[in-house]
Design a protein. Structure first.
Ligand code: KIV
Length: 263
C-alpha cells in the first residue's frame, strides 16, 4: 500500500479527484477505514463529545489527542493523519511548538488549528520548522461560546468577505490544507477555487476538494438532532464496510453532499 502524503492530496486537487475523509479515534475503526480506502483521517477534538461524552470539545487535552493519534496510527499506517490541537493549546508560539511536537511524535502527519488572522505568526513559526499545518475556518467549535452556538457562518456579505480574507491570509501564512465548516456552498466553492491548497468541507457543499464527516454521524449512531449536512450511510447498507464504501463513492462522484445536505 502506498503512503498518502501531502503531495498525493495536492495532485488530487490538481486533477479534481475528490477525496473522502473521516474522523477516527481508535485502532479498529482506523484499520477498517483504511481497508475500505479512506485516505485521510482526522483525530479530531470532537472526541471530547463522541468518545468522552462532554457537551463540547473544550475539555479535550493534548494527552487525549496524543493517545488517540497513537491508536489510529497503528490501525492506519499508510493513511494521511491530521490531529487537532485542542482548545487553548496553541495560544502562544512556544506552547504551540511544544504541543505540536507531541502530536507529530504520536504519529500525525499534520496538525489542525482553528481560527483566522491571530494565527498568522504561529503558523509561520510552525511552517519554518517543517510542520504541516491545516487551518479550520467557518464554524469553529472551539469558539462556540463566542459564536453563540453551532451556527452556519458566512451568510452575511461582510462575514463572507471576512472568511475569504481569512482563507487567503492563512494560505499566505503557510497552511497546506484548510477545513471549512458549516458555510454556504457557494462560499466554499469560491474559497476552494481560489486557493492552491486542498480544501476539505464539512457542511460546506459538494464543491470542495474533499469531504469530512464525524464517524459517528456517518454511521448514524449520534443520538438526537443531527446537523442538516449529516447523512447516515449505514441506512440501506448491510455492513459498516459497505457504508464507508458508499460514502467514498458518493464523495468521489459528487453525489454527496447534494443540496439537501448543504447550506
Ligand atoms: O474535531 C473534529 O471532528 C473536526 C471536524 C468536525 C472537522 O474538527
Amino acid at each position: 500500500m502506498e503512503y498518502v502524503t501531502i503531495s498525493t492530496l495536492n495532485n488530487w486537487k490538481q486533477k479534481k479527484n475528490k477525496f473522502a475523509a473521516v474522523t477516527a479515534y481508535d485502532f479498529s475503526f482506523a484499520r477498517l477505514f483504511s481497508n475500505q480506502g479512506i485516505p485521510v483521517m482526522l483525530i479530531g477534538d470532537s472526541l471530547g463529545m463522541t468518545i468522552q461524552g462532554h457537551s463540547s470539545t473544550l475539555p479535550v487535552k493534548i494527552k487525549d489527542i496524543e493517545y488517540h493519534t497513537r491508536a489510529v496510527r497503528k490501525g492506519a499506517p499508510h493513511s494521511f493523519l491530521l490531529s487537532d490541537l485542542p482548545f487553548m493549546s496553541y495560544c502562544e508560539t512556544k506552547q504551540a511548538l511544544k504541543n505540536t511536537a507531541k502530536i507529530i511524535q504520536s504519529g500525525a502527519n499534520m496538525i489542525k488549528i482553528e481560527g483566522g488572522k491571530w494565527l498568522k505568526k504561529i503558523i509561520k513559526e510552525l511552517c519554518d520548522r517543517s510542520i504541516l499545518v491545516c487551518g479550520h475556518i467557518g464554524l469553529t467549535p472551539q469558539s462556540f461560546n463566542y459564536l453563540s452556538g453551532y451556527k452556519v457562518q458566512g451568510k452575511e456579505k461582510k462575514d463572507e468577505n471576512r472568511l475569504i480574507d481569512e482563507a487567503f491570509l492563512l494560505e499566505e501564512a503557510g497552511i497546506k490544507m484548510l477545513v471549512v465548516e458549516c458555510i454556504p456552498s457557494i462560499l466554499a466553492q469560491k474559497i476552494t477555487n481560489n486557493l492552491s491548497i486542498p480544501v476539505i468541507g464539512i457542511g460546506a457543499g459538494k464543491n470542495t476538494d474533499g469531504q469530512i464527516l464525524v464517524m459517528q454521524d456517518l454511521l448514524g449512531i449520534t443520538e438526537g438532532k443531527t446537523p442538516k449536512f449529516v447523512k447516515n450511510f449505514l441506512t440501506g447498507s448491510s455492513s459498516i464496510q459497505e457504508a464507508i464504501k458508499k460514502y467514498i463513492n458518493e464523495v468521489k462522484e459528487g453525489v454527496y453532499p447534494n443540496p439537501k445536505y448543504s447550506f
